[in-house]
Ligand binder design. Structure first.
Ligand SMILES: [Fe+2]
Length: 238
């Protein structure tokens, strides 16, 4: 604990990890064409689902408010291998630094879903988190000027009480943004809510998101969960 000249000290506990890695190269031509192919295969948009079908064809996106994701929700299975390797390398470091698992195999996280997100001018992404995932990541392919991602404090904490602050700081804020740039990778706990404000530029913002899960069920909590699943499975077989 840091001792100051004051007769008190203020420390934080349970900080939320936001991990950032920097890829030192831009997309190569293969990656550029793979990304183009992914977008051509089809896009998925919440606005469009409400009134229409699952996919929307090219050229139908002009009235949308929410951003769109690639119809292919497992892009790393077939494309962008080098970006996948870069993400996997940093997931390993995050696991070691943040989770620091005691048992071999516990930190063996693998990427589950992976998809592209396109935010066109006028579109935004509402606050959300990622279910069924341990660590989530975003790799930035095209960013805007002063681009940022907002993270949101847990709703339970926000609902406790809130004063208007003289000046906002990490203690009294219900959301906090971090600046992002092209070729950055951010990793954070999947329970953490995040959002993207409206794209007020004339450019598209393109990012790649993914989720992870554990191969091992080593921790007592997960073991318990697994036993429940097994019990349920046995029940279903009867
Ligand atoms: Fe997200």
């Amino acid at each position: 604990m840091e001792q100051t000249e004051n007769d008190y000290e203020l420390n934080g506990i349970f900080p939320v990890p936001i991990y950032r890695a920097y890829r030192d190269s831009d997309l190569d031509t293969t990656e550029e064409s793979e990304i183009e192919d992914i977008f051509k295969e089809g896009m998925f948009n919440q606005d469009w689902i409400d009134e229409n079908e699952f996919y929307y064809p090219e050229g139908k996106e002009s009235s949308l408010r929410f951003n769109s994701t690639s119809a292919d929700q497992y892009i790393f299975n077939t494309k962008l291998k080098k970006i996948k390797q870069f993400c996997e390398k940093h997931i390993k470091i995050y696991v070691k630094e943040v989770l620091n698992p005691k048992h071999e195999g516990d930190g063996d996280l693998y990427i589950t879903g992976s998809w592209l997100t396109k935010t066109r001018p006028g579109e935004y992404h509402h606050p959300h988190n990622h279910n069924n995932s341990i660590i989530s990541g975003v790799f930035y392919i095209e960013t805007l000027e002063d681009d940022r991602i907002y993270f949101h404090r847990l709703k339970e904490v926000n609902e406790w009480f809130e004063f208007e602050a003289e000046e906002y700081n990490p203690w009294n804020s219900s959301s906090w943004f971090v600046p992002i740039e092209k070729n950055n990778l951010l990793l954070f706990p999947s329970w953490l809510e995040h959002s993207v404000e409206e794209n007020k530029s004339t450019k598209n913002r393109i990012s790649l998101s993914f989720n992870t899960f554990a191969r091992s069920h080593g921790s007592p909590k997960l073991m318990h969960h697994r036993r429940l699943q097994e019990a349920q499975h046995q029940q279903n077989e009867k």
